[in-house]
Design a binder for this molecule. Sequence first.
Ligand code: SF4
Length: 474
Amino acid sequence: MRVHFFTKIQINLPMSDTIAEIFHTKTALKAADLKHRKTINFNIGRYNAVVPQGKLQFKNIELARERAKNTKWRALENLDTQLELFEKNFTARGGKVIWAENTEAAIAAILHICEQKKCKMLVKSKSMVTEEIHLNDALEKAGIESVETDLGEYIQQLDGEAPYHIVTPAMHKSKEDVALLFHEKLGTPLHYSPEELTIKAREILREKYTEAQVGVTGANFIISDTGAVAVTENEGNARLCCAFPKTHIVVAGIEKVIPSISDLDLFWPLLSTFGTGQKLTVYNSIISGPRQAGESDGPDEMYVILLDNGRTKILNNPKQRESLYCIRCGACLNACPVYKNVGGHAYGATYSGPIGSVITPNLQGLDDYKHLSFASSLCGNCTEVCAVKINLHELLLDNRASSVAEGQSSFTERAAWKIWKLASLNRGIMNLGNGALKNKVVNTIFTSWTATRAPLDFSKKTFNELWKERHPNG
Ligand code: SF4
């Protein structure tokens, strides 16, 4: 194997830069990074090649998406009763539910459990919600080793990076990048193949499951009528995180609820097919509590932390509410021309791509994150591929409208639209000067537009002049 040595672009940004300015700098750099673009487009291309095959398993894919959307609508419209039903059923089998209003409450609860269990090491399976609450940082500060057990997450943890994609955390790395990383961090030979690297990771991780006092997983679905959580994965590592440690903690956003266990026969294939093209993900587990009398596997104690962290704010917004239907399949990221150019890290948020640009401003504040809703060409490709038919591009537009309504547009932008409106309503102004003069004036004033786009090019003649030429008799 030829090993390609790569250099990471270190971006040192002044602390005074706003989140939006940092985003603009990062995206400009990433868009110009051809190696990055080649790797991500190669990896996304592999998914795009198999997703259409996976979709063939549905007799009527549109109906399946529609049903899934309706099911999530029903669950979210009755979220309070659905969650209480889950709690009642889950606690009946010995599980414990913790309601966490925000990051701080969730972290405090996890650290409290770890303290009680004298936890020195914890094993984790891939979970975006634990990224959202920055669990690993909190554990590290508390002196607890947290080991990521999903291979992609393990690679990212070794490299000190956050996940790059909600389904494929190390999507931006080539196999040569991973070989080099393992060589530097674990001392494996540079020529190791992906299979050999996987074996090495497995050797290290297997021991951790048996040593860890606590296992942490996310949940793909919270099932109300059974009082269980469903976890989907390809490597079996989440099962080991649940089965070996004496304590299992699940962290789940409250929007993950589905009404019934029978809904899984729709959601499981949708999640796998739209994400990776698989008919079904390799391991699908339904976990309904700690080990019961007579059972041989499972933890002594199981906790489910139901995290709000801004979700009820979204629920309160009738238009944005449907963004909570998301099942995190990742299809909209793979379809997005912006994501494919700037990649997951440039967003500077846990959730990237179209769904990230919709929910992040609503979860973390429009003032800091509204720029993400402008990071879209509004081509609508995201809406077209969404497994649960979320109108993503319309929600992006709605975020933009909200930011304007909250008075968050810049003075230049407001002035520009005022001038535009005035000119559009006044034929005399429209007819002032020829195309060349308009080009000069507009392209000199709107420099923030022309900084990243081709200059505006007005027609040589005005509409009025063209009309008169074509209709000389009026
Ligand atoms: S918004 Fe739709 S396409 Fe994007 S991750 Fe969520 S379910 Fe998948």
